[in-house]
Design a protein around this ligand. Structure first.
Ligand SMILES: *[C@@H]1O[C@H](CO)[C@@H](O)[C@H](O)[C@H]1NC(C)=O
Ligand SMILES: *[C@@H]1O[C@H](CO)[C@@H](O)[C@H](O)[C@H]1NC(C)=O
Ligand SMILES: *[C@@H]1O[C@H](CO)[C@@H](O)[C@H](O)[C@H]1NC(C)=O
Ligand SMILES: *[C@@H]1O[C@H](CO)[C@@H](O)[C@H](O)[C@H]1NC(C)=O
Ligand SMILES: *[C@@H]1O[C@H](CO)[C@@H](O)[C@H](O)[C@H]1NC(C)=O
Ligand SMILES: *[C@@H]1O[C@H](CO)[C@@H](O)[C@H](O)[C@H]1NC(C)=O
Ligand SMILES: *[C@@H]1O[C@H](CO)[C@@H](O)[C@H](O)[C@H]1NC(C)=O
Length: 590
C-alpha cells in the first residue's frame, strides 16, 4: 500500500533509495515481513528504520479535528448564549470528500470542544448530494439562522435556510429546515447552477434590509452576488454585484466584514458601522484564501477596493500556506473578530484511509486591520495560551553566520515558540526584486535556509531529527526595497520528512517592515505534531503547514533550534518556548 503522487513507481523509488541510502539485505527482509504483517505499516528501506505511515502520533493535540473521517470548510461559527459553536463540512461515512453534512461542536473557551450530533443532514431533494458551506446570522430577535448551500441530485446549487428547533437551547442541538427551501435558486442572467454557493453572514444596510453575498461564476468570471431580504427568508437578487473580477472564474466562500484600522477590537456587522471603518472582502480560489481591503459604498451598495490589482497572484493572502475556505465571526464575548480556516492533509488519500481521518482546522485567530488599513493581522486567540506549560526563557543570544542554538526543556512535538530577532545592522540586506512577489514559493525554494544572504536566512528549525536529515525550517530574509524593507518569510517543508509521496512545498510570503522603527522581527510558531503554524512580523504573514516526520513516529524525538545562515549576525533579543498540553478536542460526544 505504497502511495505516491509524483508518478515514479515503486521499483524506481527503491532503486533511487538504494543508491541514496545503501542498506543491508537483512533489514529489507525484516521490512518485508513486517509489511506483510499489517496493511497499515509501510516501510522505508533507506535505513534500518521501520516506520508506520499511519501512526496516531500525527493526530494533533490542540488543533480542531473530529475523531475520524473527512472534514473541510469551517461553517457558521458563532458565539451564542455563552458557548462558541463551530460547524464544519463532514463526511460521516468516509475519509474521502462527499456526502457532506454540517457536523457541530461547542466550546466555552475555543480550546476544548464537545462534539454534538449533526446539525444538518442530507434529508431533502434540494440537499440530496450535500449540505455544503454557509454561515450563521443572528437575527434582530436574537434567533440564529443558518444559510447553507444545498446540492441536489445533479449537484446543482441553491441557498437554503435552517432555524434552531429550540433557540432557548444554548447548545443549538437541533435544526429545522422550513418548507420554503431553497430560499435562493440560481436564477437570473449569467449564473451557472453548479457554481453558486457559500452564502455569507448577513448584514443590514441603511434601508434596514438584510443583505448577503453568494460566491459564483457569472458569465465566466468570479463574483460576489448580492441578495436582499426584509425577513431573511424571502430573498431577491440585486441587479448589481457586491464585487466581481475577471481575473478568475469562480470565488468560493466569500467573507465580508468591517474593521477599524489599528484597532484590534472587532466590529459586529449587525450593529452600526463607524464611518472610519474599512471593509474586507475575502474569497477562496487557487487553493488559497485571498482578500482585498476597501470601503463599502453604502449609496451604491458595493464594495470598492482601495487598490484594484489585476494580477490575482499579487492579491493579499490570509495565509500563505495550507489554509482554505476560512470564515470569520464577531465574538460578542470579547469584542473581537475571529477567523477559522481549514488545512487539508498533505499525505496521500491512501494514508488518509489508513489513518481514518483527514483534515483539521487551523487555530482560531483574532483578526484585525493594521494601522494604515493596508493589510490584515492575525494572532492565535489568547485562550490557546492556557495550554502552555514549562516556560523556557532566553535573552541576548547572538547568532553569527552558521550558528544553531538548541531550544531545550520543551516538548518539541507540542510547542509554542515566540522569538524576536534583532539585526545589528541592515546595511548588508540584499536588493529586493518585485518579480519575486509573483511566485513566492519559487523564491523560497531558491532562497533556501542554507543559502547565505546579506541579512538572513534566520529563524527556527523545528521537528528536526538528530542528524538534520529531517527538519522544517521557518525563516526570514530581509531585503532592501526603494523606501523600506521587504521581509520574506518561508516555511520550507522540502526536508520535513524522509517519507515520499507527501506534498512538501516551500511556502512563502512577503511583508513590508519599517525595521528602523520596529527594530525587531518576531516569529511565533506553534508545533502540533503534524501541524506547524507560524505567524511572522506580529501576524503580518501567517503560514499553516502539515508535516509527517518519520522521527515523530519512531519516538526518536525531535530537536528545535534558532539559527542564522546569513552573513550579518543577528541578536535573539527574546526567546520563549512552552510545551503545549493536549486539549480535549471532541473526545467525548455531548
Ligand atoms: C455516500 O453515501 C452513499 C450511501 O448513502 C455511499 O454509497 C457512498 O459511497 C458515499 N460516498 C462517499 C464519497 O462517502
Ligand atoms: C428548549 O431548551 C431549553 C433550554 O435548554 C429547555 O429548558 C426547554 O425544555 C427546551 N424546550 C423544548 C420544547 O425542548
Ligand atoms: C476585465 O477587467 C478589467 C479591469 O477591471 C476591465 O478593464 C475589462 O473591461 C474587463 N473585461 C471584461 C471582459 O469584463
Ligand atoms: C476600538 O474599537 C472599539 C469598538 O468599536 C472601541 O470601543 C474602542 O474605543 C476602539 N479603540 C480605540 C483605541 O480606538
Ligand atoms: C490540499 O492538498 C493538496 C496537496 O495534496 C493541494 O494540492 C490542494 O490544493 C490542497 N488544498 C485544497 C484547498 O484542496
Ligand atoms: C514540565 O514540568 C513538569 C513539572 O515540573 C515536569 O514533570 C515535566 O517533565 C516537564 N516537561 C517537559 C517537557 O520538560
Ligand atoms: C545552514 O547552512 C549550512 C551550510 O550550508 C547547512 O548545513 C545548514 O543545514 C543550514 N541550516 C538550515 C536550517 O538550513
Amino acid at each position: 500500500m505504497f502511495h505516491h503522487r509524483h508518478g515514479c513507481g515503486w521499483p524506481f523509488l527503491l532503486l533511487l533509495l538504494l543508491l541514496l541510502f545503501p542498506f543491508d539485505e537483512s533489514s529489507l527482509l525484516r521490512g518485508q515481513a513486517a509489511a506483510a504483517d499489517s496493511h497499515r505499516v509501510v516501510l522505508y528501506p533507506q535505513s534500518t528504520r521501520v516506520s508506520s505511515i499511519v501512526s496516531s502520533k500525527y493526530r494533533t493535540a490542540f488543533h480542531f479535528q473530529p475523531p475520524k473521517n473527512w472534514i473541510n470548510d469551517p461553517n457558521g461559527p458563532l458565539y451564542y448564549k455563552g458557548l462558541y459553536h463551530l460547524f464544519y463540512q463532514y463526511n460521516p461515512g468516509s475519509v474521502v470528500p462527499g456526502n457532506k453534512t454540517w457536523a457541530h461542536s461547542v466550546s466555552a473557551d475555543l480550546v476544548n470542544w464537545l462534539r454534538l450530533e449533526s446539525a444538518l443532514d442530507r434529508t431533502e431533494p434540494y440537499d440530496a448530494k450535500g449540505c455544503w458551506s454557509g454561515s450563521v446570522t443572528v437575527l434582530a430577535d436574537g434567533r440564529p439562522a443558518i444559510l447553507y448551500t444545498g446540492a441536489d441530485d445533479v449537484k446543482n446549487q441553491a441557498q437554503c435556510i435552517a432555524f434552531p428547533s429550540n433557540s432557548s437551547d444554548p447548545y443549538l442541538r437541533e435544526w429545522t429546515k422550513p418548507s420554503s427551501n431553497p430560499v435562493i435558486r440560481p436564477d437570473g442572467p449569467g449564473l451557472t447552477p453548479n457554481q453558486f454557493r457559500d452564502p455569507t453572514t448577513g448584514w443590514t444596510g441603511p434601508d434596514g434590509q438584510w443583505r448577503i453575498a453568494v460566491g459564483a461564476e457569472l458569465d465566466g468570471y468570479s463574483a460576489a452576488l448580492l441578495y436582499k431580504s426584509e425577513d431573511f427568508v424571502s430573498w431577491s437578487r440585486v441587479d448589481h454585484l457586491l464585487y466581481s473580477s475577471n481575473s478568475s472564474t469562480m470565488w468560493e466562500c466569500p467573507d465580508f466584514f468591517a474593521a477599524l484600522p489599528g484597532n484590534t477590537s472587532g466590529l459586529d456587522l449587525s450593529a452600526a458601522i463607524p464611518n472610519r471603518a474599512k471593509h474586507v472582502l475575502k474569497m477562496s480560489l487557487d487553493s488559497c484564501d485571498k482578500y482585498m481591503v476597501g470601503v463599502y459604498d453604502l449609496e451604491a451598495d458595493k464594495f470598492v477596493p482601495d487598490n484594484v490589482v489585476d494580477d490575482r497572484r499579487l492579491w493579499l493572502r490570509i495565509d500563505y500556506g495550507n489554509y482554505y475556505a476560512s470564515k470569520s465571526f464577531f465574538d460578542a464575548k470579547k469584542g473581537r473578530r475571529i477567523i477559522w480556516g481549514w488545512a487539508n492533509e498533505s499525505d496521500s488519500s491512501s494514508d488518509d484511509a489508513a489513518k481514518g481521518w483527514a483534515g483539521i482546522q487551523a487555530l482560531p485567530r483574532t483578526i484585525w486591520l493594521d494601522s494604515d488599513g493596508s493589510q490584515l493581522l492575525q494572532w492565535p486567540v489568547e485562550e490557546v495560551e492556557s495550554l502552555r506549560r514549562n516556560e523556557t526563557n532566553h535573552q541576548g543570544i547572538e547568532l553569527k553566520k552558521g550558528d544553531m542554538f538548541e531550544i531545550k526543556g520543551t516538548d518539541t512535538l507540542q510547542a509554542d515558540v515566540e522569538i524576536e530577532f534583532e539585526p545589528g545592522t541592515m546595511d548588508e540586506a540584499d536588493a529586493f526584486d518585485p518579480s519575486w512577489l509573483l511566485n513566492t514559493e519559487k523564491h523560497c525554494r531558491e532562497a533556501d535556509a542554507s543559502a547565505p544572504g546579506g541579512l538572513g536566512p534566520f529563524g527556527l528549525v523545528v521537528l528536526a531529527s538528530d542528524d538534520m536529515e529531517e527538519h522544517t525550517a521557518v525563516h526570514f530574509r530581509v531585503y532592501k526595497s526603494k523606501h523600506k524593507h521587504m521581509i520574506l518569510m518561508c516555511s520550507d517543508l522540502r526536508r520535513s520528512s524522509l517519507r515520499s509521496g507527501l506534498y512538501t512545498p516551500a511556502y512563502g510570503g512577503f511583508f513590508e517592515f519599517d525595521l528602523e522603527k520596529e527594530k525587531k522581527i518576531s516569529l511565533r510558531t506553534l508545533i502540533d505534531r503534524s501541524a506547524v503554524e507560524s505567524f511572522g512580523g506580529g501576524g503580518r504573514v501567517c503560514i499553516m503547514a502539515r508535516v509527517y516526520p518519520v522521527a515523530l513516529v519512531d519516538d526518536r524525538g525531535a530537536h528545535m533550534y534558532a539559527f542564522n545562515n546569513g552573513t550579518t549576525a543577528v541578536m535573539v533579543s527574546q526567546l520563549k518556548a512552552w510545551s503545549m498540553k493536549r486539549a480535549q478536542v471532541n473526545v467525548k460526544k455531548g
